[in-house]
Design a protein around this ligand. Structure first.
Ligand code: HEC
Length: 465
């Protein structure tokens, strides 16, 4: 009897909830949309991490005045899914930290803009969330400054290769390595590797140039490495550990759950920041003083993260871009590359990479049984937002599966990012990272599979935003 009453209670409660959701406030829009009541909460949840004073965007969306000025462009940007920037299709696969506006949120911003962007009652204004200054992960054990760089007003975007040398008292271990931009407004993105020296093979890691401009100063990556003094003293090359420190506005270093990931740090080493991309600035001599934070770990990584890349500069030399990355002017060209996964792996993070002619990108794996494992779909490539996408849970790919990455390039005038007008022949130039040469790359970080990995959540609160 008691049980039955409870059951009826639950059914009634469910009925009320369903009815409430069905015709309640979720789908219908408020009669009058105001900034303080409806719009500010959406902006604070989805936009102000970048659109605030000191944030990465060049204008704020914090106060009523800020937002009112951008009401029409904001409505357009969210309708077209340009903002918040998240090029991956959330219907294909979901990732940690994804920023997607619901249709209702988009309609609210649209209606607010259409109705002349009214302010609403001042006492309804929500509080702006607190944003961390410096690290998101606590107090680092060590911070290494990146050599400051002076930008000139009205200069074009800069792509730099930056060396950040370090020397430690002993070999040690780290759980997280984090890039903190000095000036969020101009540091656009950073992908950083670590060069690990054997102690006796390199006398002075601090010698030679610290910064090379990839577009202007060098013909090839090898030449750039030489200018930066990357080789050992005898001219041989040290070990390079890829993608240890990455940054994009709104996305920070990823700390994996206990037992996964981590790094061995050599006594002598160099962080090699590829593609340090400084955007356009209208002020002269903007000083950017960025730094790298290191969080030490007690022991060696139990399951060190491994990485491979397919396509341009493929880790295996066996997964080249097909048919080839030669894109004739006035053509749209599809390419692909594929790689057979030799053993069971658990994928953590993926990074699709193309330059300015990129139009779309898709990657998936097909198992021996013919099942498709979705990895990522980017229907509209955006050069500016090349995230390292981390899965919510590890994704198992059984050995023998074929991993396939497909890209489409648009070398027509319709591509507004085309670096050439009229369009010109653009191709992959091995070793060139210049934005006007093309690349097609898919970087995968993983650990060898262990029973139960697919249930391990990669979301660790506080380290990813
Ligand atoms: C991850 C950081 C980030 C987030 C989150 C973000 N923006 Fe932006 N937004 C930018 C940056 C950076 C630019 C400037 C692009 C540039 O400088 O060319 C920009 C540009 C814009 C523009 C101007 C587009 C143009 O034509 O220049 C609008 C409007 C805009 N954002 C609105 C929004 C709104 C509304 C949201 C939230 C729903 C949002 N943004 C979330 C970083 C962000």
């Amino acid at each position: 009897m008691k049980l039955r009453t409870t059951c009826i209670g639950v059914v009634v409660a469910l009925f009320i909830m369903v009815t409430f959701w069905g015709c309640g406030s979720k789908d219908t829009l408020p009669a009058t949309v105001t900034f303080t009541e409806h719009v500010a909460p959406i902006l604070y949840r989805n936009c102000t991490i970048c659109h605030r004073p000191g944030g990465s965007a060049h204008f704020a969306l914090v106060t009523y005045d800020d937002a009112r000025k951008s009401a029409v462009s904001s409505a357009f940007a969210v309708k077209e899914q340009l903002m918040p920037p998240w090029p991956a299709d959330p219907h294909y696969t979901e990732f940690i930290g994804q920023r997607i506006l619901s249709d209702r949120d988009k309609k609210i911003i649209q209606q607010w803009a259409d109705e002349g962007a009214p302010e609403g009652p001042k006492d309804k204004m929500p509080a702006l969330p607190g944003y961390p200054v410096g690290s998101l992960a606590g107090t680092p054990d060590m911070s290494i400054p990146v050599q400051p760089y002076f930008l000139k007003a009205n200069s074009s975007d800069k792509f730099l290769l930056v060396k950040v040398p370090f020397e430690l008292p002993a070999d040690t271990f780290a759980s997280l390595i984090e890039f903190i931009p000095g000036n969020r407004n101009v540091v656009h993105h950073v992908n950083g590797d670590m060069v690990k020296y054997e102690f006796d093979k390199k006398k002075n890691v601090f010698a030679d140039l610290r910064i090379v401009n990839m577009e202007e100063d060098t013909a090839s990556l090898k030449q750039a490495f030489e200018k930066l003094g990357i080789p050992n003293d005898d001219g041989t090359y040290p070990v390079l550990r890829k993608s240890v420190v990455n940054y994009l506005p709104g996305a920070y270093g990823q700390r994996y759950p206990e037992g996964v990931g981590g790094y061995s740090l050599p006594r002598k080493g160099v962080f090699l920041l590829n593609d340090v991309h400084y955007g356009f600035t209208n002020k002269d001599d903007v000083l950017d003083s960025s730094y790298i934070n290191i969080f030490f770990a007690k022991g060696p990584p139990k399951r060190p993260v491994q990485e491979f890349q397919i396509g341009t500069l493929s880790s295996f030399g066996t997964a080249p871009v097909l048919p080839d990355l030669v894109i004739l002017p006035n053509t749209v060209k599809p390419v692909y590359c594929e790689y057979t996964i030799p053993e069971d792996i658990s994928v953590l993070t993926i990074n699709p990479h193309m330059h300015l002619l990129g139009k779309s990108f898709k990657a998936y794996a097909v198992t021996l049984a013919g099942d498709t494992i979705r990895l990522i779909s980017i229907p509209r490539w955006d050069f500016n937002w090349q995230y390292f996408y981390t899965f919510r849970k590890m994704v198992k790919i059984p050995g023998g599966s074929t991993m396939i990455a497909e890209g489409v390039y648009d070398n027509t005038r319709q591509n507004l990012n085309n670096p050439f007008s009229p369009p010109q022949l653009v191709q992959e130039v091995q070793g060139s990272m210049r934005a006007r040469d093309e690349m097609f790359q898919f970087i995968v970080t993983y650990v060898p599979y262990k029973e139960g990995d697919e249930n391990i959540s990669l979301e660790t609160p506080g380290t990813t935003r």
